[in-house]
Design a protein around this ligand. Structure first.
Ligand SMILES: Nc1ncnc2c1ncn2[C@@H]1O[C@H](COP(=O)(O)OP(=O)(O)OP(=O)(O)O)[C@@H](O)[C@H]1O
Ligand SMILES: [Mg+2]
Length: 396
């Protein structure tokens, strides 16, 4: 073992894991063309119309889309890209420093220029040092700033960033793109930057069946592997059109196919790959389930899951009514019902896939997992079957 092997040779083309660019970024054509247009605007040194906000449940591909955008921006000259990490932006000073342009000496040597502190101090005397620094930087080169996990931005830091973006991006080529879980909208609202809701908001949810099929088939085809139609239909169903599961399943299927030395995914190969996929998927469910426990939301999640199974898409009022009727003591209080719906929405457990006030499950098969954890034997919500390895009580 040299340790330098290409991971694709061992793991195949799929990329399961947070923040990995998939081999085929499927079903995001509309978002990609909007983002491409924003890069074009920057390249022509014009000001973009507004900020862009990507939001959606965990594992649906927000980071992947940001990575794709960065790659696009870097693949042609003319735009600088800065990626901001909320976890390393505890305060305004850190943000200012992150947005400051590195001098050529610093770029070459990695060293910090001696007069940096002076410049920051000097700038701090102005009305808005951050906006000034940004303005100075953008006046030289158009700038794209991406912020992932924006729902974790410190409120004061986020407010300063949005204000600076509004100030500079209003007239200069500065594009801010934020991504976060559904909670990010409420988080930005709390920052009190009133214009944030004029940002272009892009919902990043599950894929269409066609896009899920593409995401599975194309990387295999590029490896010379065909998928039989029956097997493909089953793969799409098992993936739930959920990007993270698509990568998990694709990887399990590739390993099985390559292991069998075959150039075709047949029903038999798929059957043999499903246990490995199921085990990984159930690990993911367990994480989500434990998150619900930690947040004391399991009871509410179960009520919502049951209501989905009985009625399909739900309004806010219907979820609250179900909590009142079936949630027990805890949800006799109206505020508690509102809070529970809000938290479930923030986690993406409840998800509004269209610009209409109807919730659907963020991941349908997670509903089954949550219900089966409480009562093994309940009928599935998703039609996919939560799992062969759904949680069972010991001894069953
Ligand atoms: N459009 C897509 N087609 C196929 N696979 C995708 C697509 N988008 C993302 N993926 C894959 O799905 C997985 C999850 O993607 P990603 O980490 O970008 O999700 P996320 O929304 O950022 O999740 P989180 O909120 O947990 O950070 C990754 O393995 C990624 O490669
Ligand atoms: Mg992410």
């Amino acid at each position: 073992m040299t340790g330098s092997a290409d991971p694709s040779e061992v793991l195949g083309p799929f990329r399961a894991g947070a923040g990995r660019l998939p081999p085929h970024l499927a079903g995001r054509e509309a978002e990609q063309s909007l983002l491409r247009l924003r890069l074009q605007i920057l390249r022509s040194s014009a000001a973009p119309p507004n900020e862009v906000l990507l939001y959606g449940p965990r594992g649906s591909g927000k980071t992947a889309l940001l990575l794709w955008l960065e790659e696009q921006a870097r693949s042609q000259p003319g735009i600088e890209v800065v990626r901001l990490f909320p976890s390393s932006l505890p305060d305004l000073r850190a943000l200012t420093e992150a947005l400051r342009r590195r001098s050529w000496v610093e770029q070459l040597t990695g060293a910090e220029a001696g007069w940096r502190g002076f410049r920051l101090r000097f700038a701090a005397r102005g009305s808005d040092p951050l906006a000034e620094i940004l303005q100075r930087r953008v006046s030289r080169t158009p700038l794209l700033a991406v912020v992932d996990e924006a729902h974790t931005l410190d409120i004061a830091v986020g407010r300063a960033l949005l204000n600076a973006s509004q100030f500079v991006g209003g007239t200069m080529p500065f594009q801010l793109v934020l991504a976060g879980t559904p909670h990010v909208r409420a988080h930005l609202r709390r920052m009190g930057a009133s214009f944030w809701n004029r940002a272009r908001m892009l919902r990043i949810g599950r894929l269409t069946e066609q896009a899920a099929a593409d995401a599975l088939v194309r990387p295999l085809r590029a490896e010379g592997i065909r998928v039989e139609p029956g097997a493909l239909a089953d793969m799409v169903r098992a993936s739930q059109n959920y990007p993270y599961f698509i990568q998990l399943l694709g990887q399990a299927v590739w390993l099985q196919t390559a292991g069998a030395g075959s150039d075709r995914v047949t029903a038999r190969i798929l059957r043999a790959a499903l246990p490995a996929f199921g085990a990984e998927r159930d690990n993911y469910y367990l994480d989500r389930f434990n998150e619900l426990i930690e947040l004391r939301l399991v009871g509410a999640a179960r009520v919502a899951a049951r209501a989905f199974r009985e009625r399909g898409p739900l309004t806010h009022e219907e979820v609250r009514a179900a909590l009142g009727a079936e949630g027990g003591e805890e949800f006799q209080d109206a505020d508690a019902r509102y809070a529970a719906v809000r938290h479930l929405e923030q986690l993406g457990f409840l998800w509004q896939p269209k610009p209409r006030p109807f919730y659907e499950p963020g991941i349908p098969s997670l509903m089954d997992y949550v219900l089966e954890a409480a009562d093994p034997g309940e009928a599935p919500v998703s039609g996919a079957g939560a799992s062969g390895s759904a949680p069972r009580r010991p001894g069953e």
